[in-house]
Write a protein that binds this ligand. Structure first.
Ligand SMILES: Cc1cn([C@H]2C[C@H](O)[C@@H](COP(=O)(O)OP(=O)(O)O[C@H]3O[C@@H](C)C(=O)[C@@H](O)[C@H]3O)O2)c(=O)[nH]c1=O
Length: 180
């Protein structure tokens, strides 16, 4: 298991050790002890989520507010996404900056998105299964988000404009500037 820092403090990439053999492969997708040793974080993941999407789906950028803020450990089981974390911690030197990474069922990379970040992903392949662990429960009333094409973030989602499929909720999201 390997950890690589990103330019956003507290947001990092985790690559599990994959054991391949004639049958295929095996890896520990999560190990609490190793995660704590590697990251120095003492958090407890309390909810596991999974979504299934076709190419063109864009989910995000989402976060929960206040006491319901969530850290997320995200990965792709099958297919491919461009995963994006945006630092919206008001006191941060990198406030308003985004980090993007391709996560796939082939590279098995995971992204740790700390509390205080907005998170989203665009789906680059059909039949993509996305899975993630959260350190706080879902709370509908605390849901918030930033519109995916916020000009101040200037994120290249690697989709054609006419293929982007958003939920009704995500179409109504505001820009970061409007939120603060
Ligand atoms: C996120 C979530 C949704 N739901 C329900 C609400 C709704 O009826 C249905 C679909 O919810 P959404 O449209 O919000 O799903 P989705 O757009 O996939 O939301 C997710 O997007 C990614 C980018 C994240 O980072 C996640 O934290 C989460 O916000 O599932 C839960 O029951 N528990 C949950 O934890």
């Amino acid at each position: 298991m390997k950890l690589t820092e990103t330019h956003l403090e507290g947001c990092f990439i985790i690559e599990p050790t994959v054991f391949g053999d004639d049958r295929g492969n095996f890896f520990e997708s999560f190990n609490a002890q190793k995660f704590q040793e590697l990251t120095g974080l003492n958090l407890v993941f309390v909810q596991d989520n999974q979504s299934f999407s076709q190419r063109g789906v864009l989910r995000g950028l989402h976060f929960q507010q206040g006491n319901y803020a969530q850290a997320k450990l995200v990965r792709v089981i099958k297919g491919k996404v461009l995963d994006v974390a945006v630092d919206i911690r008001p006191e941060s030197n990198t406030f308003g900056q985004a980090f993007s990474i391709e996560l796939s069922g082939e590279n098995n990379k995971q992204l740790f998105v700390p509390r205080g970040f907005a998170h989203g992903f665009s789906v680059l392949e059909n039949d993509t299964i996305f899975a993630y662990k959260c350190d706080n429960y879902y709370n509908k009333e605390s849901e918030s988000g930033i519109i995916f094409n916020d000009p101040s973030l200037n994120i290249d989602w690697r989709l054609n404009e006419n293929e982007v499929l958003l939920s009704d909720k995500d179409k109504e999201l505001k820009s970061l500037k409007e939120l603060i």
